[in-house]
Every structure is written in C-alpha cells, then in structure tokens.
Design a protein around this ligand. Sequence first.
Ligand SMILES: Nc1ncnc2c1ncn2[C@@H]1O[C@H](COP(=O)(O)OP(=O)(O)OP(=O)(O)O)[C@@H](O)[C@H]1O
Ligand SMILES: [Mg+2]
Length: 263
Amino acid sequence: MENFEDGAREHLLSVNVNENGGFNGSESKIQVKNLTRSLDKGVSTLQNASLDIPRGKIMGIIGPSGSGKSTLLRALNRLWEPPSGTVFLDGKDITSLDVLLLRRKVGMLFQLPVLFEGTVADNVRYGPQLQGKKLSDQEVHKLLTFADLDSSFFNKSGSELSVGQAQRVALARTLANEPEVLLLDEPTSALDPISTQNIEDLLLKLKSKGMTVVMVSHSIKQIQRVADVVCLLVGGEIVEVLKSEQLSEAKHPMARRFLELGS
Ligand SMILES: Nc1ncnc2c1ncn2[C@@H]1O[C@H](COP(=O)(O)OP(=O)(O)OP(=O)(O)O)[C@@H](O)[C@H]1O
Ligand SMILES: [Mg+2]
C-alpha cells in the first residue's frame, strides 16, 4: 500500500521534461523575445523584454513596484495576451497553443488565493474534472499532503480557512493539473513566516521533481533562499539576469538601490 501511494503521488506530480525533446536540446523551458507592452500615451509597461527561463530551475523576478513584474508573469500563461512570436514554451509560440492547455501546463498562484465555493476536495478536483477526470479520494489526499495540509482539510469549506491554508489549497489545486511550470506572483506576501517557509520548502520539492518555477517576490531574502536565477526589472526593462548568489553584484543603479533598500 505504501508503495502504491508513493507511486500515485509520483505520477500526479511528475513532470515530463522530455516531452518536447526536439527543442534544439535547449535548456530553456520558456523563452521571451522582444516582448513589449505599450499603453496609451506611448508609455510601455514592458520594453523589449527578452529572457530565457531555465528548465527545472526557480527563477525569481524582482524590481520596484510598477516595474512590470506581474505584466511579464501574466504574459507567460496569456492572462495578458502577448503578441505572437514573443513567448515560447518548449520552443512553441504560446499564442498558437490552446489557451486552456497552456494554462494547465503553466499554472499560476496569486498573492491572495481565491477558492471556489465548495469543499477543499472540490477545489482540488476542479481542474481534472474540466477534462472529465475524477481524482480519487486517495489522489486528493496525496495532493493535500504534498501541500502540507492534513486529512482534516478534505471536507472543509474554502471559506473557513486562513489565508495561508487557502494558499496551500490553491497550490494543491494547481498541482492537480500536473503543470510543468508554476508561476507565482508574490505568493507569500500575505503569509506568516511559518506558512512562508512551508511554501518555500514546497517549491524546492517541486524543483527537485523537475518543475520550472517563476516567482515574483518583493523579498530579496526569499529570492536568495529559493531562486537559482534572478531577473531584475526596472521601468519595464530587464536590466540584469544573475545567478542568485551573484545578486549583490548587480550593476544597474536602480537595481543597486533596490537591493540595498531591500536587504
Ligand atoms: N491593465 C492595465 N492598464 C493600464 N495600465 C496597467 C495595466 N496593468 C498594469 N498597468 C501598469 O503597468 C505598470 C506595470 O504594472 P505591473 O502590475 O506589471 O507592475 P509590478 O511590477 O507587478 O508592480 P507591483 O510590485 O506593485 O505588483 C504599472 O505602471 C501599472 O500601472
Ligand atoms: Mg505585481
């Protein structure tokens, strides 16, 4: 029984990194090429952004408020529709993919979780159900356990949870779709330090299973704890991409100021 359960979990959370092996052997899971988002009056929230997001790693995105971090993240699963030829998943233009398929492959968690009406189990089952699959109770329990929620949560209503608990349910719900990439927009900014640490531990566990993670965070310390690579955005421009241990070597003046104030 023990082995079966482990096997079930492995299946639920496995990430098939070789699925699109024809991608020139590149290490990039997502490529962003010359992505610009112009608003009225000639203002751009993103200017000619180009970025390689490495497969199976955690990329942190930091930058001052209004610098375009959420805009960039939202382009990656078409919550904001990028122009064609600017964002590629495994070498394929994401605008040519079915948007629901893309969002299953590229899951997202927001700053504040929004749970659907119903129980925690209903929430976790939601994504697979859209595809006509019903997760067994055991599969739901496995996902909850992975997201650090014990069995007592199974039948709880979403409305009786704390923000930290709801964030973990939202994570379990996203993982039920077996995503290959997880996008996180300040996922722990509303959480206490212990819930934050739990989420960070989960991200590292997901990375060890081959997941690619892109996380926007205002906490430089958090980025240093979990990210492999860091992208610095200032005024809609990607000004630096560094390994997280080299973050202190950032050269852009605004980036330096941001780092000094944030540490
Ligand atoms: N739908 C929109 N319409 C008009 N302007 C927008 C829209 N969405 C974002 N913006 C503007 O684009 C810029 C970048 O916004 P974005 O939300 O990407 O910043 P951010 O780096 O995520 O900021 P924060 O750290 O505060 O979350 C901001 O100046 C914002 O006002
Ligand atoms: Mg934002």
